[in-house]
Design a protein around this ligand. Structure first.
Ligand code: F6R
Length: 237
C-alpha cells in the first residue's frame, strides 16, 4: 500500500488527479472506475481543466461508476448520473455511450447487476478505480457485513445512510430505500485503486484502515490486500 499523507484537500485532489492524468497519457483508451460524493469533486475539477488545456482526452475513455440509487431517473438531481454529468462528463470530451452508471430504474435489477458486471469484463476490466470511504468504512454502497466476494448487487440502504443522504434529494422526493453497487470483489478486480479521504470526519476510518485488520465488518479493510493501491489522506489530525 502506498500511503500519501497530505495537508490540504487541494493537495489530495492534485496528487489524485496526477495519477489519473498519467493513466490517460499512457493509455488514452483507459477504463476508469469512478466515484461520487464530496471527496472527488476537486479531483474532477482538475481533470476538467486538464482536458480543457488539451493535456488529456476522454474521447476513447470508458467509465464505470460504483453505484446508483434505485428508483431515481437520470433527471433526478439526487441521482449519481446527474452528479457525474455536472461534475465531470458535461465538461469533457467523453462519448456518452462510453459512460456506464448502474441503471437504478431497470425493470429487473438483478439482471441489470449481472449485465453491469459483464460490461466491465467486456471492456477489459477497470484499469484505475477511484474510491472514497464512508465513516463506517463503506466502499461504494457496500456497508459493513458485505461479503468480500460480492459482485455488483442490490443493497438495502441503512437508515443512517438514508438520513445522511437525504439532503441531496429534492423536497417531496422520497429518499431511495435501495441502491445498486459494485461489490467489494468487483472493486478488487480493478488493476489499480486510488482511495481519497480527507477531514476530521474520516479520522477513525483511516486509523482503522492503517491498523490493517481485515474484517468484513469494515469493508475498506479488504482494499489493503490489493497489489496496487494508493491511499491519499489528510486533515485527520
Ligand atoms: C460514492 C460512494 C461512497 C462515497 C463515500 C464517501 O460513489 O461510493 O462510498 O465514496 O460515502 O463519501 P464522501 O466523499 O461524500 O465523504
Amino acid at each position: 500500500v502506498k500511503w500519501i499523507e497530505v495537508n490540504t484537500y487541494e493537495e489530495m485532489s492534485r496528487i489524485g488527479a496526477e495519477i489519473f492524468v498519467k493513466q490517460l497519457m499512457n493509455k488514452p483508451n483507459s477504463v476508469l472506475g469512478l466515484a461520487t460524493g464530496g471527496t472527488p469533486v476537486g479531483l474532477y475539477e482538475i481533470l476538467v481543466q486538464q482536458n480543457k488545456e488539451g493535456n488529456i482526452s476522454f474521447k476513447d475513455v470508458v467509465t464505470f461508476n460504483l453505484d446508483e440509487y434505485v428508483g431515481l431517473s437520470q433527471q433526478s438531481k439526487a441521482s449519481y448520473w446527474t452528479y457525474m454529468h455536472e461534475n465531470l462528463f458535461n465538461h469533457v470530451d467523453i462519448e456518452e455511450e462510453h459512460i456506464h452508471i448502474p441503471n437504478g430504474i431497470a425493470e429487473d435489477l438483478i439482471i441489470e447487476c449481472k449485465e453491469y458486471e459483464q460490461a466491465i469484463e467486456s471492456a477489459g476490466g477497470i484499469d484505475l478505480q477511484l474510491l472514497g470511504i464512508g465513516v463506517n468504512g463503506h466502499i461504494g454502497f457496500n456497508e459493513p457485513g458485505t461479503s468480500f466476494n460480492s459482485l455488483t448487487h442490490v443493497v438495502e440502504l441503512t437508515e443512517s445512510t438514508r438520513t445522511e443522504n437525504a439532503i441531496y434529494f429534492e423536497e417531496g422526493e422520497e429518499v431511495s430505500t435501495h441502491a445498486l453497487t459494485m461489490g467489494i470483489q468487483s472493486i478488487m478486480n480493478a488493476k489499480e485503486l486510488v482511495l481519497l479521504a480527507f477531514g476530521e470526519r474520516k479520522l477513525d476510518a483511516m486509523k482503522k484502515l492503517q491498523e490493517g485488520v481485515i474484517d468484513e465488518q469494515f469493508p475498506a479493510s479488504q482494499l489493503i490486500t490489493h497489489p496496487n493501491i494508493t491511499i491519499i489522506y489528510g486533515g485527520t489530525k
